[in-house]
Structures are given as C-alpha cells and as structure tokens.
Design a protein around this ligand. Structure first.
Ligand code: OSB
Ligand code: MG
Length: 368
C-alpha cells in the first residue's frame, strides 16, 4: 500500500452529558482523526489522546507534534505492507502509544479495504455481536447516580461501571447495589488512590463487584500486587498496561486478575492481540475499554472485542450514549440483549460523514 497523502483532523465534539472522573470533568471531547490516502482508498484511524493529560500523559497536542514530525515521515510515499511493517518502521520512537495506534488503525482500515476483508476477519475474531456495558461518570449525589443508572438500564444496558474517587466510593456503590442487587457492576478509580488511602475501598469487597479497575497509579504495578492480596474482588488494570510486557509482569506479580485492553493505550491492535493471547494462555479474562470514541474508534473496539478471550462486557456503548451526531454515517445501536453488532464491511466497516466531520473540525493538517 503506497501512502500518497495523510490528513490530520483535530476534532472537538460535544458529549451528550458531561463525563466526570477522578481526574476531571469534560463536556466536550477532542481527538485526532487520521485519514490516509492510498491509490483512491481512504483509511481512517482515531488517536484517542485527550485534550488534557489527566488519564494519560499523551494529549492532542503531543500527537500533533509526534505524528507529523516523527511517525508520518516514516511512511509517507512508502509502500507499507501491514501493521507489523508499520510498527517496525516506528519502533525507534519511544512511547506515544496513542499516536502510533491511531496511525496503525488507519493502516488496518486500508489493508481491509484493499483485501475486501473486515477488521474482525483480519484479527481472527469470531463473534458477530459483542456484550457491552456503560461507563457512568461521577454524578452530583448517590441519589442522582441511582437515577442515571436506572435510565441506562431502561435503555437495555446490563452491565454498569461506576467511576469512583476518594470520598465518592463506598457510599455511591452501596446506593446503586441496594437498588439493583443483581446488576453486573464494577468500579473504576482511574489511579485516584495510594496503597494507604485504598484501605477505604475494603468494604467494596462485600458488594459482589465484577472487578475494581486501576485503584493506584499507573506506574505502581508492585503496589497493586500488594493491594490485590487484600481483596477477594479481582483488581483490573487499565492505565498500567501500555505494552504486552507490562501485562506479563502484572500477571507474574499478581497485580491484577483481569486486564482492560484499549488499543490506543497499548499502541495499536497488534499489541492488543499479543496481550489478548498472553492472557488467554493464562486463563485471565480481558475486556475492551473505551475512550469515548467516535464511530471510527468504536468500529475498531467492536472488532477487537470479537476475539475469543474478550469474555467480559466492554465499555463500548451505543452512539447516542456519547454524541447526538457522530462523524460516521453508521450509527451503533444497542440490541435487546445488551450487545452491539460487529461491523462486517471491509476494513473498519464505517464511512465518514464529511459534512458532520467538517462541523466538528478545529484544525486540519494536510501532508505533504
Ligand atoms: O478509564 O476507562 C477509563 C473514558 C476516558 C478515559 C478513560 C476512561 C474512560 C471511560 C469511558 O471509562 C469508556 C467509554 O468510552 O464508554
Ligand atoms: Mg479505566
């Protein structure tokens, strides 16, 4: 695939409702959409770095530096075979997993279109629909949280993740658990605790949670292994796992019993498959996390969640949970059994609504 031209689209999209976590609240979401043109085909990828360095250190600003200055020059005008070829060419660039993953996604999309194969087929996924849940941000009060959860349940979601932070943890979870005793429920702290302050979370062990996600700092694998010993509930790592070897080390140390996999955080879909396979070989379940993606990133998430060891519901909700209008022509809807269909068209299986894209574009960079 000869890479002729690449356009970076910096988008800002209004969320349906503010999304609050332990690291802040947003009512709009930025991302860099990447368009790669090759012989009349357009491949699309989504770089999921946020506007602010709250979840991770990468931002739209770092992506707007690393992509044109270091990553894109490695492929511009060249004949790129596939994602593996791409990753070898950019291996000398340290870190910047989200920037790499966004470009890699566009290359998968191109390859799928060129070969007439869906991303699911390229990755070896089997499911045609995947189990999904909804990630619910911090609300004003436990009562408001219960009402918000109730609204999502009425829409058909059968698994709910609650965001927690110090002072808004056990009380919030208790309120939801009392109201919905049988709900598949899990929590996500986004690194808001230390080994000491996490003692406040011990009562969560009695709420029959599926998992407790990323209580401690991203670079604290060891402390997670100490904390896991204090809980019956499985810990799950998100921020800490930015490469396959971190997944291996986390499992060796007992730092978690479940892994959240996000293609952006781990540097692309090739690494997703590696982490998936490593966990599968050890009987460790994985699930697909989300970054409030547009239809482009959502299509990729659905394809990766179709792999066999994605055995817990993903943070992949319907389009209308995030945006009133998306930038893809395709809209993802929730089936009655809390699943979403995996796209089966070539590549990502989505097409871009140019008018909608234009209306949310802050800045465009056309290369060369
Ligand atoms: O930690 O999983 C997270 C969104 C942005 C950044 C980090 C996280 C999240 C979510 C939302 O929980 C998941 C979704 O896309 O629905
Ligand atoms: Mg998380």
């Amino acid at each position: 695939m000869k890479i002729d031209q690449i356009t970076l689209h910096h988008l800002r999209m209004k969320l349906q409702a503010p999304f609050a976590t332990s690291f802040g609240s947003i009512d709009t979401r930025d991302c860099i959409l990447i368009e790669i043109n090759s012989k009349g085909l357009s491949g699309w990828g989504e770089c999921v770095a946020d506007r602010d360095p709250g979840y991770a250190w990468e931002t739209c600003g770092t992506a707007r530096h690393i992509l044109p200055d270091f990553l894109i020059p490695e492929i511009m005008g060249k004949d790129i075979q596939d994602a593996f070829d791409f990753q070898q060419r950019v291996a000398h660039v340290r870190g910047h997993q989200m920037a790499k993953a966004g470009l890699e996604m566009a290359i998968w999309d191109l390859q799928g279109q060129a070969q007439g194969l869906s991303l699911r087929d390229l990755l070896g996924g089997r499911r045609t629909r995947v189990d999904v849940g909804v990630s619910v941000g911090l609300q004003e009060s436990p009562e408001a949280l219960v009402r918000t959860v109730e609204e999502y349940l009425s829409q058909g979601y059968r698994r709910v993740k609650l965001k927690i932070k110090p002072g808004r943890d056990v009380g919030d979870v208790r309120a939801v658990r009392e109201q919905f005793p049988d709900l598949r429920l899990q929590v996500d702290a986004n690194s808001a605790y230390s080994l000491d302050t996490a003692a406040a979370l011990l009562p969560l062990d009695d709420f029959d949670l599926l998992l407790i996600e990323q209580p401690l700092a991203e670079d604290d694998l060891w402390d997670h292994s100490q904390l896991q010993k204090q809980f019956r509930t499985p810990l799950c790592l998100d921020e800490s796992i930015t490469a396959p070897r971190h997944a291996r080390q986390a499992l060796e140390m007992g730092a978690c019993r479940i892994v959240n996999i996000k293609q952006g955080r781990v540097g692309g879909l090739l690494n997703v498959v590696h982490i998936h396979d490593l966990c599968q070989a050890q009987g460790v379940p994985v699930w697909c996390g989300g970054m409030l993606e547009t239809g482009v990133g959502r299509a990729a998430n659905l394809a990766l969640a179709s792999l066999p060891n994605f055995s817990l519901p993903g943070d992949i909700s319907a389009t209308d949970r995030y945006y009133a209008e998306d930038i893809t022509n395709e809209v993802f809807t929730l089936n009655a059994d809390s699943t979403i269909d995996v796209p089966d068209g070539p590549g990502l299986g989505v097409s871009i609504d140019r008018r909608a894209l234009e209306s949310v574009t802050l800045k465009r960079l056309e290369l060369p």
